[in-house]
Design a protein around this ligand. Structure first.
Ligand code: S3P
Length: 442
């Protein structure tokens, strides 16, 4: 099998979330084009509607699988006139929605209850709720949740009562763009200065969008950001979202592993905090050329050409590199499985706290398919092989990135794996299977 053709992947999920959420920082009509069709972004839109933002509904929802329109307008009342939600904000499967909107409502003098699906209810929220509480926000857990978990709190469902926040200095120990963004949104509503120091580089969509829409902040070389209270709302803005590199990553891996492949992925966002996939595959010997890099609404965008060159060499991904490609590690493991050498990932314990324990899932699924793989506490080590048997069950744990990885594995392995489900793909890329079918040929 090989993949050939030209494709525009859907809009970037991280940027789409922020475009919708940061509309709340302005007052008036915000226009967004190229928004991600991901269910996660529809979850963000539904939470924001409950807070009083007017977000247009998709016109063709009956005909397309998208739950949110790709071009829409947001009518924002501004940060000082958000409405107290009557019902809980349901973030579905989306950690980004729950964590960043927690920051948004932390400065609002009403109570907001958050909930999510069974996967999101298991993901750690204390990483945002603890620092937000230190700024003056109050968080409560329903009695039943406390009973079920004993004394352990820090998981959804929870309620935030916002109010008078005081700026603080934070030295974060987790390199998380979500946490950083939540604290920045709180800082824009707090007295005094909020200072956030990151332990490593992460995607900088928030900073780029703040600059683009005119939210003042200061940034220094050592990944420190300072914000003060936003006295005036930002002017309404128009923003165009580039293609999602994390979605493109699946096709890129297929192209560099399958002889005879040649793909052109149009207008993909190549934020410096997301480029691990391109860098590691390049080190492994892949021919990957980001062509015509330009800037669109503050974000670097390129057409990425991915071609089969030769069998990939081994590589090591570790430490500070990991946040630059955390979402791509499941599919990168497939490139590792077929490489001529050893492929090692360390420093990636965060993968255990994503939509599923992705480390355990990668190891179990690949091992069942005949890959020689060792699980490490914070990663895995693979001895690559030119031929991978496959034909084994593939568990997804309802995790979209594991389901899409399986569909790519089916192009690479000798026998297709039996995928537990592919429904979860709608979380980030409805239409993925159709796009893959369009590109694949024998
Ligand atoms: C995201 C940041 C990353 C990433 C997630 C989206 C964002 O999470 O895994 O899919 O949009 O800020 P962390 O910031 O928690 O690492």
């Amino acid at each position: 099998m090989r993949v050939k053709g030209i494709l525009s992947v859907p809009g970037d999920k991280s940027i789409s979330h922020r475009a919708l959420m940061f509309a709340a920082l302005s007052r008036g009509t915000v226009r967004i084009t190229g928004l991600s069709p991901a269910e996660d972004c529809a979850s963000t839109a539904s939470c924001l509607r409950r807070l009083g933002l007017g977000i247009s509904q998709p016109e063709q929802s009956a005909r397309t699988s998208a739950m949110i329109a790709s071009n829409l307008t947001v009518e924002s009342p501004g940060l000082h006139d958000l409405s107290a939600p009557v019902r809980a904000l349901y973030a579905g499967n989306s950690g980004t929605t729950m964590r960043i909107i927690s920051g948004l409502v932390s400065g609002q003098s009403f109570t907001t209850t958050f909930d999510g699906d069974s996967s999101l209810r298991r993901r750690p929220m204390s990483r945002v709720l603890v620092p937000l509480s230190q700024m003056g926000m109050k968080v409560d857990y329903p009695r039943e949740a406390e009973d079920v978990r004993g004394t352990a709190v820090g998981f959804a469902p929870f309620s935030i009562t916002g109010g008078h926040l005081q700026g603080r200095e934070f030295n974060l120990d987790i390199a998380s763009a979500q946490v950083q963004t939540a604290l920045l949104l709180a800082g824009l509503q707090a007295e005094g200065e909020t200072v956030i120091r990151m332990p490593a580089r992460v995607r900088d969509h928030t900073e780029r969008m703040f600059k683009y829409i005119g939210i003042p902040f200061e940034q220094s070389e050592d990944s420190t950001i300072r914000v003060r209270k936003l006295e005036e709302p930002a002017a309404p803005f128009s923003l165009s979202v580039p293609g999602d590199l994390s979605s493109a990553a699946f096709f890129i891996v297929a192209a560099v592993c399958l002889p005879g492949s040649d793909l052109l992925l149009k207008s993909v966002g190549v934020n410096p905090g997301r480029r691990l996939i391109l860098e590691v595959l390049g080190q492994m010997g892949a021919e990957l050329n980001p062509e015509t890099v330009s800037e669109v609404c503050g974000e670097p965008v390129a057409d990425v050409r991915a071609r089969y060159n030769k069998r990939l060499k081994g590589a090591t991904v570790s430490g500070d590199q990991v946040p630059l490609g955390i979402d791509e590690i499941p599919v990168l493991a497939l490139a590792g499985a077929t490489c001529d050498g050893v492929f090692t990932v360390t420093g990636a314990a965060e993968l255990r706290h994503k939509e599923s324990d992705r480390l355990r899932a990668i190891v179990d699924n690949l091992r069942a398919a005949g890959v020689e793989i060792e699980e490490l506490e914070d990663g895995f080590r693979i001895q690559g092989s030119q031929r991978i048997r496959g034909g084994s069950p593939w568990r997804t744990y309802g995790d979209h990135r594991l389901a899409m990885t399986a569909l790519i594995a089916n192009c690479i392995f000798e026998q297709p794996v039996q995928i537990e489900e592919t429904d979860s793909i709608r979380i980030s890329y409805p239409g993925f299977a159709e796009h893959l079918r369009f590109l694949v040929s024998e």
